[in-house]
Design a protein around this ligand. Structure first.
Ligand code: ADP
Ligand code: MG
Length: 240
């Protein structure tokens, strides 16, 4: 099977006040079915821009992107995208925050609630369906935003620094928990972080973006051999 996401020779520039900013230069990436792939790099190097392009929120790139073998420009594929600043709406309770994108997808509220109630225990949010954001801890808010992303009907999850705002202890807990969710549900995950430790802990592979001026922007891929990969992720998948 080919890659779920394949990015080849991606270039992206922004124009502002007559100045051209080459944010992405010759980025090449692949994400295979069921893989957990991280993208690391310092703030401002273009990580979120890659996600915005993949989700059709940012046009005007050059290069090729295909999703399940179909060019992004004609792909109808839905992505589950957790934005970097994907905060919950404070005027809605937890279940309505999560049901909103499902309702936008065309699901009726009753069915959306059923799906949410089923998954609340898995995401450690049982009993909090009517809570507002001020009643939730930082970890709970992130889990609620993750659950909202998770329930979007897609086998690809794009997570943009989902644990960036958490303290070290909560981040450790959330990392373990995300791995358990990922191992259970087998989604392909593309995960942005600026923490090398987090990337090494979570990923099958890591892409490293440099923040040097655009000419030397590089997309270096590191394969990680980890015990948990043995059995269900074989190295041959990376040798295409
Ligand atoms: P990262 O997620 O790695 O921190 P971003 O992808 O958000 O970086 O941004 C990369 C660079 O592109 C930054 O310098 C940012 O200011 C710039 N940038 C991002 N989006 C836009 C935009 N819509 N218009 C102009 N510049 C942008
Ligand atoms: Mg970002």
């Amino acid at each position: 099977m080919g890659p779920k996401i394949e990015i080849s020779n991606l270039h992206k520039s922004f124009y502002r006040d007559g100045v051209t900013l080459d944010v992405l230069k010759d980025i090449n990436m692949k994400v295979y079915d069921g893989e957990f792939v991280s993208v690391i790099g310092p703030s401002g190097c273009g990580k979120s821009t890659i996600f915005n392009i993949i989700c059709n929120l940012s046009s005007g790139y050059t290069g090729n992107i295909s999703i399940d073998g179909v060019d992004l420009k004609s792909s109808k594929k839905r992505m589950a995208y957790m934005h970097q600043k994907d905060l919950l709406m404070p005027w809605k309770n937890l279940k309505d925050n999560i049901s909103l994108p499902l309702e936008i997808q065309g699901m009726d509220k009753k069915e959306a609630y059923e799906k949410i109630y089923e998954m609340l225990p898995v995401f450690g949010l049982e009993g909090f369906e009517n809570a507002y954001t001020f009643e939730l801890s930082g970890g709970m808010k992130q889990r609620a935003a993750l659950l909202r992303t998770f329930l979007i009907d897609s086998d690809i999850m794009l997570l943009d620094e989902p644990f960036g705002a958490l303290d070290a202890i909560n981040r450790d807990k959330m990392q373990l928990w995300l791995l358990s969710i990922w191992e259970k549900f087998k989604r392909s995950v593309l995960f942005i972080t600026h923490s090398i430790d987090e990337a090494i802990f979570l990923s099958d592979r890591i892409y490293v973006l440099s923040d040097r001026p655009a000419t030397v922007k590089l997309g270096l891929s590191i394969d990680i051999e980890r015990p948990r990969n043995k059995g269900h992720i074989t190295s041959s998948r990376f040798n295409e």
